[in-house]
Design a protein. Sequence first.
Length: 440
Amino acid sequence: MNGVVVWTVASGRAPTAPAPRGPRERVVELVSRLSELGARPEDTRDERLRAGTLILASVLIAVLSVVWVSTYLVFGYPRSAAIPALYQLVTVAGLVVLTRTRRFDIFRRTQLLTMLVLPALLQVSLGGFVASSGMVLWGLFVPLAALALVGVRHSLVWLVAFLAELALLAALDPFFLGYAAQLPRNLVVWFFVLNVLGVTLSAYVMLAYFVEQRARAHRALEVERERSERLLLNVLPQPIADRLKGGTGVIAERHGSATVLFADLVGFTEHALVMAPEALVALLDRIFTQFDRRADEEGLEKIKTIGDAYMVAGGVPEPRSGHVAAVARMALAMRADIATLCAETGETWLQVRIGIDTGPVVAGVIGRRKFAYDLWGDTVNTASRMQSSALPGDIQVTPRVAAALDDSFVVQSRGTSQVRGKGLMKTFVLVAARPHPSET
């Protein structure tokens, strides 16, 4: 406490009082504390909260039983008073056993059985439904509690037991009238109100608690679903992700026209040997994040990164017009982004070399763990060769790309050169985008 005062004075800040807690927060805190009585390390949070809820209900009913014990003793019915007193003893003993054995299943079954049997015995001892103010109503709490604690299938046994007990008491009620307790009429009425109120509130609190927990679990599930959705869309294109979630088996399709771009950071491997790991990753992240923005702006699909190489495609996974021009605009923007980055960071050595080809490809998802959407075919291989044989700072394209680009771009012939795996091949260099007539 003194440390808090010294800190607040030294910092010049007035100590702030804790925010007031409402009844709901106090109940949740009490349930959480009670749930620790018999908790085991392997218990889930849901199991602990279920345990805490039954413990809380049992303690409240045991405390409320003081009313019946004292009242029946005052009016001279010690045998009837002994029955709710017995419930109090069973509850206390059950809590002691629970803290020592950590066996909540024993405590649960004992409590449910006690709550089912003792109200019926108390009703019999008082002489039937009327004299006991319908004490058997407390048995209704048992199947409702079982429903919340163990589920529908297991709670059916408790429901059948309660209904059978109720039917038996109704059939035997005429035989109990001969020794019915002589209690004041007003007391009988008020006890009836108390029984109805107690059962209703106990059941409502328990079921409301589980409805609230279910709502919280549903909200948490929605958050996780949205997070998983975002993660999936970071790996796969939207149409492919939708098909994968729909249970489609092998995803593979042929695209008659697509444009593929490969980009490589020149000299990055050599500089990576002397750069600090943090600086290396930060630089790559900045570059590729900017490339991702360019792909989004042009409506292109990022395929993957491999080390310091970047691959993007247009016309997949869904066909679209103008994908060659879109990839060309992105290539020019990527080169400009690298030049800007060099000026801002002083990394003057940094350059990019880009290769582009257009044509048919095969696309699909491979793997079951860490799966990926990828492209295959001669177009992909040729785009990779265009990148690897390009000069630093150049955007090298195939004749197919050069023919597909209109007058909006400046393309120059590089002549014929030897391309690994392709032999002699005529190549072109994408120089710039022509300004729009309205801009001249």
